[in-house]
Design a protein around this ligand. Structure first.
Ligand code: HMG
Ligand code: MG
Length: 303
């Protein structure tokens, strides 16, 4: 597996959307600058969603404008045409629409059924394509739903096919509540690869039950090569009760480099970015690698 992997850093969006401590637009921009400086060039930076639903993502227009000069590809979430208008006005070149494989989560998260959400996305995607804006498609709850329980791979593959046919360049499979295990992840990737070419599938695994790295490895064995992760293992969704953060970017980078897959990420700079955002939100990063590197540094400093 010594070929390349693309990392999509989602910390500034997924990582911060569930944090209680508000983070200013200036600090969000500084976080993104630090991530890009560490070598992460595809970063999800914000969301143009209802401020009542996710107050943490207000000022995503300021954030997006504030990072456009950096060398990178910056993504933002868009749930509907209102969000698309705002994202475009702020200069978005890549947007992400987000559907669910389960009805319960769709209803809780975006207040409509899966079929209604697809109808909404049709006009957004059509406008984006006409404007030359790339569209990524998320599917949540691919390995289980906090409301509906078990989710069948076929339900995921059906939504994936629709998003792909509508023109999404990539479909990201979200284990929103981090309940998956490697065999299930493998079966899922195999089933969805029948609908969307595996090169166009991303793995977006939350680490609630500590399975994310193992699930990623299983997905990589199936041929998947795009990984969503968040610096420090930040993340979660207010509509996915009990779910914790995304798999940590540090942990993914450590695993990939150990497998001989170059990521181009400077680990020292990445840990520095994680430490700074952790200080701002007032909690310790859950990343095992960041914890290990920080402890090593403390030991070295005290010698
Ligand atoms: P709704 O209440 O059904 O929408 O919400 P509505 O059209 O009836 O509008 C209600 C109000 O929201 C109105 O304002 C609209 O103007 C406003 P009011 O008249 O009451 O003052 N509004 C908006 N404001 C700003 N931007 C917009 C927008 N749209 C409507 N785009 C809606 C439906 C989808 C808007 C809402 O439920 C929402 O914003 N949900 C977003 C939830 C969210 O962001 N969840 C987290 C991201 S998903 C995730 O984390 C999973 C993922 O990481 C993958 C994984 O892990 O699985 C991606
Ligand atoms: Mg997520």
């Amino acid at each position: 597996m010594n070929d390349s992997v693309r990392i999509v850093e989602v910390g500034p969006r997924d990582g911060l959307q569930n944090e209680k401590t508000p983070v200013s637009a200036a600090d969000r921009i500084a976080f993104i600058e630090a991530l890009v400086g560490a070598g992460l060039h595809t970063v999800e930076v914000g969301a143009f969603v209802s401020p009542k639903a996710i107050p943490q993502m207000v000022n995503s227009d300021t954030v997006l404008r504030g990072v456009q000069h950096l060398a990178g590809e910056f993504h933002v979430l868009v749930p509907n045409e209102k969000g698309y208008d705002a994202a475009r006005a702020a200069g978005a070149k890549v947007i992400a629409v987000f559907a669910s494989a389960s009805e319960g989560f769709s209803r809780a998260n975006i207040n409509c059924s899966v079929a209604e959400s697809i109808e909404r996305f049709k006009s957004v995607i059509a406008r984006a394509r006409a404007d030359g804006v790339k569209v990524r498609g998320y599917i949540s709850c691919v390995l289980g739903c906090p409301y509906d329980g078990e989710v069948q791979p076929k339900a995921v593959a059906d939504v994936a096919r629709v998003l792909w046919d509508l023109g999404c360049y990539e479909v990201s499979l979200g284990d929103t509540i981090g309940v998956g295990t490697p065999r299930k992840a493998r079966h899922l990737l195999r089933a969805v690869a029948g609908a969307v070419p595996i090169a166009h599938l991303a793995m977006h695994f939350h680490d609630t039950y500590g399975q994310a790295l193992a699930n990623l490895y299983a997905g990589m064995e199936e041929g998947a090569r795009v990984i969503d992760s968040a610096a420090g293992g930040l993340g979660g969704c207010p509509y996915a009760p009990g779910a914790t953060g995304n798999v940590a970017t540090e942990d993914v980078v450590y695993m990939l480099e150990g497998m001989g897959i170059a990521t181009g990420v400077d680990m020292e700079k990445l840990v520095a970015a994680t430490n700074e955002i952790s200080r701002l939100i007032g909690r310790t990063a859950v990343s095992r690698v960041a914890t290990a590197i920080n402890a090593k540094r403390r030991r070295a400093n005290s010698e």
